[in-house]
Design a protein around this ligand. Sequence first.
Ligand code: HEM
Length: 471
Amino acid sequence: MVPPQTLTPPDHELIGSYPESPAGPIDASELAELKQVPEFGLPRMLQVLRFGQRQAEFMLKGRKDFGDVFRFHGIIPGHPVVSGHPDHARSLFTAKPELVPTLTSESPLRPIVGPNSVLTSQGDVHLRQRRLLLPAFHGPALDNYQAVIERAIDAEIDRWQVGETIPIAGPMQDVTLEVILSGIFGIERLDEASRVERKLAKVIRRITELSTTPIAKISEYVNVGRTEPVGVQAAALKVIDNAIYDVIAERRADSGLADRSDIMSALIKARDEDGSELSDSELRDQLLTLLLAGHETTANSMAWAWERLTRTPDAYEELHDAVRNDREDRADQVEYVIQEAMRARPVVPIVGRRVQAPWRLGEYGVPAGTPVSASIFLIHHREDLYPQPWEFKPERWVGHKPGTYEWLPFGGGMRRCAGAALAMVEMRVVIDRMAERLQLEADRPEAEHVQHRNVTMIPKRGARVIIRDKR
Ligand code: HEM
């Protein structure tokens, strides 16, 4: 290992502080003394569209006009309140779970992943599901993924030609899909999968591609607030469901089930306290959740990292140098890039809870039953907390660990992303490998626009890069 030669000195000017703001559950008399949350005057439908299509600008406008807390008309019923203050996020993430049920059970995800998904369930059911799933994505289980990730990214890089221009989000999705499928099915590579398993992989890939089309977007609006999907979304889900149910039937019939430790077998073998097993539709909801939550988010986070790196030559050069010369701070430099990319472009830009008690958010108060969201995007772009918030500066993180409520790309509290540790491993391996083997260049100098797909924020042109060199 070569010792670091150009280790950037810690520059804490790039991490600042912010004024404290009291937040959390209060009683009715306190509520009466607090101010009402300010709201946009735009027509209701326009607000819904702005939130769905141009959320980043809409949130920034809210902050400019009203400050840290404001409310708008979105797709979630009840005139949602949004905050861009870390103390307010902390109040939502540290409250008793029964006071802060997640809004995902009311979001556009609900008709897709169904009522039994760990993403949408509440209370004891949610706790049981998390306990069942978490071991598959933490601790020793993570070691099993390492080789799968390395092989998958190497296979992608081998396919690329020098001089070629590619939207990097696509191949990143192939890698992350392979990783999550390997965990679910207990296989090391996709070509070891059975015919029905391979068919499911193909279907998922195709449907995620189609989900950015305008017709899919319209269908998303049509389905909000429904428990069962309708229209194009229903048709697409039928195709996915058939593929999933085939996979479930095949695995249930597997004579070696007792000895298998993959996620799918674990779910099939799991028993409730009363000894009952998961039904096919419960299994379907869980598997689809892991497939969707587990691959697109991570793929687009990596795509954003390259979109940013290829437009920030100093940062790219520093990463290259650390990785290619195997500097002592190699792993740290990769980590800083990931942290900064997830700060600057959080793929899930907002998370919310429906508060079950009156709640204080600084000088404002809201009654019980109000949907309250933390805008990850706004928190990550606070001038006081992250000076020069629009600059991509991995060196921001040298000697500084991200604060739990200041850097929250994975949300927080009892609903914090169940796959965060796996996603971090994937990003570490892939970014390191790509820095080692490739020299990339942005195909255009200007930053890629943001596109909102369902609850995610992704690079509009898929993070297009030119492969300038390859090892
Ligand atoms: C960079 C990649 C990822 C990002 C940015 C991300 C982000 C998030 C966010 C913001 C939430 C909601 C948290 C909250 O409400 O506080 C979430 C939940 C969840 N994520 Fe991820 N995620 C990523 C990767 C993954 C992966 C790889 C998996 C699966 C292996 C996964 C599975 C889940 C599940 C199951 C939940 C629901 C947790 C619950 O409600 O208890 N995610 N994720």
